[in-house]
Design a protein around this ligand. Structure first.
Ligand code: FRU
Length: 518
């Protein structure tokens, strides 16, 4: 036991914050620093873009209920990527053609002819989905809508669709401006063929096919929500690679929906995989991160930021929440890192998270044992709230298994741990509280992880009904929903089969982003 593990409170202004959260955003499972719609159903994030001091988050939305249907683009804006204000539906479902997933670009030079008064405008490129009817099969095509008032009102392009292969499954266009090719570039999915097709255009209206990628990696279900972006390699002095990210549903690593990525080069026409096509890399080892999208048009100084839908199609329609269903991940900064296994995607919560940490505590000095760290945690009280960040370095010592017991109450708990023999990080929500709404929900997921110097380094975000784990400075991400009971006693470190070495930890309470919301 180390008496040196003291509580340091850097800003002690946490009070009864819960009482000032508006009732609309204060249900037991309502995320406090993750975006969720005020009411009704959401799935994929859509059209993420930065424009004139605002970050826009559009999202697959059913304006009429808490189940999938009548898909439209919901809309929220933020000035800091943390606080969101939900606006009226941006693109509603017209005449039975649903507005499926897509992206938004800023047309700086009016290449489309949609922009008024020599000002840049917003152009959305989305999949229109016409359901099967009267013996006619369903049809998916790519379409345009545009806005000249910062996304508040939208008009459909009269020449829609701009891409029609007369296919039932052909969807989720991600468009960006390619500096390599000096033109608009689209990646779009042929879900059943397990292919991503790359198109080029000078005006967003006429598209020419440039190349196909796939099948490759995991092909157990449909390919959806492709993304193609360039990232710097950490410490690589400007060296970059391209990442092609693809959603898979079902048939992902942990069952149901999940995402894989490929690392390679993009010459403006074709993506070339650096690894053998048989190699599958997973973006997230939990069950609940799908159809993640990166922001277009971020200021040059900002790193690439990605937001995913924190859910899984296995049980998305059964989540025990209301009056909303569905939420987004916290925005993540992306990079690449050279590891002994090769170049890998790195994900970390955006730095702006610090803006909503009203109270922070950390273990003093650099030493603590389980008993002292847990006593310190209990004193600080931070982790008995249900919205907090936890960072820790746990030296494995002689222990066979170490980790955190989170959201514990009445025999329920969620485990984030490391199995030394198996060299695996795991997330166990089998006893996390409400789990019986679907047989696929109570689960233990695992991620291969080799530790640096025998120290388990974790950054964990807990937000009432979700836990996002970033291990080894973002090398492994594991995102999972949980529905814990009330009366949480606080997070505790645990070890099995031996004694840990030193533990350093910090905990921050996270303030609700809805406090100032209308
Ligand atoms: C993925 C997805 C997309 C589609 C959208 C429809 O979650 O199936 O492929 O565009 O959801 O809501």
């Amino acid at each position: 036991m180390t008496p040196r593990a003291l509580v340091l409170l850097t800003a002690g202004i946490l009070s009864a914050q819960s009482s000032s959260i508006p009732p609309t955003y204060n249900q037991v499972f309502r995320p406090q620093f993750h975006f969720s719609p005020r009411e009704n159903w959401t799935n994929d994030p859509n059209g993420l873009v930065y424009f004139e001091d605002e970050y826009h988050l559009f999202f697959q939305y059913n304006p009429f209920g808490d189940e999938w249907g009548h898909m439209s683009w919901g809309h929220a804006v933020s000035r800091d990527l943390v606080h969101w204000q939900q606006l009226p539906v941006a693109i509603p479902e017209p005449d039975g053609i649903m507005i499926f997933t897509g992206s938004t670009v800023i047309d700086e030079r009016n290449t489309s002819g949609f922009c008024k008064n020599s000002k840049p405008c917003m152009v959305a490129i989305y999949t229109g989905h016409r359901a099967a009817a009267g013996g006619r099969p369903a049809l998916q095509t790519q379409n345009l809508a545009y806005s000249n008032d910062k996304g508040r009102t939208w008009r459909q392009y009269s020449g829609n669709p701009v891409l029609n292969l007369h296919m039932t499954d052909f969807r989720d266009p991600k468009v960006f401006w390619s500096l390599q090719a000096n033109r608009w570039t689209m990646v779009v999915s042929l879900p059943n063929e397990h292919k991503v097709r790359i198109y080029g255009s000078s005006d967003l209206k006429h598209w020419a096919a440039l190349s196909d990628f796939g099948p490759a990696g995991a092909t157990g279900g449909q390919w959806e929500c492709p993304e193609l972006f360039e990232l710097p390699i950490e410490g690589g002095q400007g060296e970059t690679r391209w990442v092609l990210k693809i959603g898979l549903n079902p048939g992902s690593l942990q069952g149901g929906s999940g995402e894989q990525y490929f690392i390679g080069r993009f010459d403006g026409k074709r993506f070339t995989n650096d690894n053998p096509d048989s190699r599958t890399l997973w973006t997230d080892y939990g069950k609940d991160c799908y159809c993640a999208l990166t922001f277009n048009n971020l200021p040059r100084s900002e790193r690439t930021v990605m937001i995913g839908w924190m859910d899984n199609w296995q049980y998305a329609g059964k989540l025990p929440t209301g009056p909303w269903r569905g939420q987004m991940t916290f925005p993540r900064s992306l990079a690449l890192r050279r590891t002994p296994e090769g170049i890998r995607l790195i994900q970390t919560p955006i730095a702006q998270l610090a803006n909503i940490e009203p109270k922070r505590a950390r273990t003093a000095g650099n030493a603590g044992t389980i008993a002292s760290v847990n006593r310190w945690l209990t004193t600080s009280g931070i982790t008995s709230d249900k919205a907090f960040q936890l960072k820790s370095d746990i030296s494995l010592g002689t222990a066979r298994e170490v980790g955190w017991k989170l959201l514990a109450s009445n025999g329920n708990y969620t485990l984030v741990g490391y199995d030394r023999k198996e060299r695996k990080l795991f997330f166990d929500r089998t006893h996390s509280g409400l789990t019986n709404f679907d047989k696929n929900f109570p689960d233990r997921t695992e991620a291969p992880l080799t530790l640096d110097r025998g120290i388990l380094r974790l950054n964990i975000l807990v937000d009432r009904s979700s836990v996002e784990v970033f291990a080894e400075d973002g090398r492994v991400a594991s995102t999972n929903l949980v529905f814990p009971p009330s009366g949480i006693t606080g997070a505790q470190v645990y070890a099995n089969g031996g004694e840990t070495g030193e533990i350093t930890a910090s905990a921050s309470s996270i303030q609700s982003i809805w406090i100032s919301s209308k």
